[in-house]
Design a protein around this ligand. Structure first.
Ligand code: UDP
Length: 241
């Protein structure tokens, strides 16, 4: 669909879904959604919903792919055919291949892979609903699934999107906003280490706008990080009973 940069998407300071410019959608997080996986998580931001699951660490085959010094992380991102109103054709495509790589790169700095020589840790992200910002929702979910699988990590990875519509800077773009944005930026961080692991920008921003958006994203990642920790605590509190 062609972008319409003039489409009015902010009226009297409110976005079409009633949010303020710096407001996240409703966030839900649940750990242990998939009983057959080593670790799993459900994360939704409004109508963008991801289920992530982790299998492994397990021996990597074929053997020539093994690294005797370290394990590897593999990621598959997939949008289900019914995740958007125009049916998405099933199976991998260029976008899902790129997003799988981007998501892997954003998580790798957090995962201590040296502990698992010759092994693979496989992460799968299924987007059940895709209403904008799916890569960052997938990162939040897979980070939780890795922690739930007991994979040693330096920190959780928290991610969000920021962007510009109607000449206004906004947080957490939904599908309509993404489709008509002047710019959108995906940010992932290891908040405890104040380390950015993903920064991907479409469109144009001034330096001032970019710095402002980056600060908004850092604040939002901090909030998402707290929600991730709460979700993990809830899970283990539940298991003690
Ligand atoms: N989208 C779609 N069909 C597709 C791919 C994407 O409708 O085949 C929509 C979906 O809502 C997605 C949005 O376009 O969330 C933005 O996609 P983008 O590639 O920018 O990545 P995202 O923002 O989801 O990380």
């Amino acid at each position: 669909m062609a972008k319409d940069l003039n489409k009015e998407l902010i009226i009297d300071g409110l976005r079409m879904d009633g949010r303020l410019t710096d407001q996240l959608r409703d966030v839900k997080m649940e750990i242990g959604t998939v009983s057959s996986a080593s670790g799993s998580a459900y994360v939704s931001f409004g109508h963008t919903t991801a289920i992530a699951s982790v299998q492994g660490p397990r021996s990597l085959f074929p053997k020539f792919l093994q690294n005797s010094q370290t394990g590897i992380l593999r990621v598959r991102y997939n949008m289900l055919p019914f995740s958007v109103s125009d049916r998405k054709s099933p199976g991998p495509d260029r976008r899902s291949t790129e997003l799988s790589k981007v998501i892997r790169k954003s998580l790798e700095p957090a995962v201590i892979l040296d502990d698992f020589p010759k092994a693979t840790i496989d992460g799968f992200i299924e987007m059940i609903e895709a209403d904008g910002s799916t890569r960052v929702t997938g990162i939040n979910a897979l980070s939780l699934a890795l922690a739930h699988a007991g994979i040693p990590m330096k920190d959780l990875v928290a991610a969000c999107s920021v962007g510009k519509i109607n000449n206004t800077l906004i947080l957490d773009l939904n599908g309509l906003e993404d489709n008509n944005s002047e710019s959108d930026v995906a940010v992932a961080m290891m908040p405890n280490k104040n380390l950015i692991t993903l920064l991907q920008m479409d469109g144009m921003l001034t330096k001032e706008e970019f710095m402002k958006l980056l600060n908004t994203a850092k604040d939002a990642c901090g909030k998402i990080y707290e929600m991730q920790k709460m979700a993990l605590l809830e899970k283990y509190k539940g298991e003690e009973q």
